[in-house]
Design a protein around this ligand. Structure first.
Ligand code: NAD
Length: 251
């Protein structure tokens, strides 16, 4: 415990799944954690965190939230949505929604929080860390029926590298996490959906598991462990990376 002692962290989409596990890990390591989600009720039970409703698709809401919180050390952008389909099943509306929620949301939060992060890094002589949730389905790997999703997560990697480069001498690091399949409420929904056409939930589960060379899906706590490392000063020499954590999916 204490790896994030004295740090102030913001985690979006912290209501469930990976975001929730990250918020819990940060609290356990001594950070002051501002946990937000579109659905405030999902944050209930998240102990010792400051909880707020935040829609990362609203520029105004994100700016007001950053204003209220003030300077921070760690920003973790988790909010994201998985659109299912090929290019032929992706309308312009689907495309725009995916890019708004998965990519522009990060543009909003980084623009809103970075000035305070820069000021705090300068003042404390410490380093600020931005961690963005990308995916193995991105510029790393093509996944079936992940046309819009894969494009957004590739954009996240590009955005991450740009931010890393522009602020590398000013005490700010920026890295992306690229998970394979991870157990979460929305993933369980995707398994159920696939089960409708693939002969049942068990069969669908098998399909997801079989594409993982390790023979299992990941746990949110395993992704949180990497987020914790990237947030903490122990990773001070790491910036601009896109790190796969995927049970061998991209191997
Ligand atoms: P999830 O999809 O189960 O939960 C998403 C959370 O985001 C929910 O709590 C929801 O209320 C919140 N949310 C939705 N719209 C929002 C908005 N506009 N503003 C704020 N919050 C909003 O969580 P997950 O499956 O752990 O995924 C988290 C992130 O990790 C996503 O970016 C996802 O793309 C990425 N990821 C997940 C997996 C996986 O297999 N689970 C794999 C690779 C990448």
């Amino acid at each position: 415990a204490g790896r994030l002692k004295g740090k102030i962290a913001v985690v979006t989409a912290a209501g469930q799944g990976i975001g929730r596990a990250i918020a819990e890990a940060f609290v356990a390591e001594g950070a002051t954690v501002h946990a937000s989600d579109l659905d405030r009720s999902k944050l209930e039970g998240l102990a010792r965190a400051r909880k707020s409703k935040l829609d990362v698709m609203s520029t105004r809401a994100v700016e007001a939230y950053a204003q209220k919180i003030g300077p921070i050390d760690i920003l973790v952008n988790v909010a994201g949505y998985v659109h299912h389909g090929t290019v032929l099943e992706t309308s312009e509306k689907d495309w725009d929604f995916s890019f708004d929620l998965n990519v522009k949301s990060m543009h909003r939060t980084i623009r809103a929080f970075l000035p305070g992060m820069l000021a705090r890094a300068k003042e404390n002589g410490s380093s600020g860390s931005i961690v963005n949730l990308s995916s193995g389905a991105s510029s790393i790997k093509g996944a079936p029926n992940r046309y819009a999703y894969g494009a957004t997560k590739a954009a996240v990697i590009g955005l991450t590298k740009s931010v890393a480069m522009d602020f590398i001498r000013q005490g700010i690091r920026c890295n992306a996490i690229c998970p394979g399949t991870v157990r979460s409420p929305s993933w369980e929904g995707r398994v159920e959906d696939l089960g409708k056409t693939a002969g049942g939930t068990d069969k669908a589960m098998e399909m997801f598991v079989s594409r993982q060379p390790m023979g299992r899906v990941g746990e949110a706590s395993e992704i949180a462990a990497l987020a914790l490392y990237l947030a903490a000063d122990e990773s001070a020499f790491t910036t601009g990376t896109a790190i796969p954590i995927d049970g061998g999916w991209t191997l």
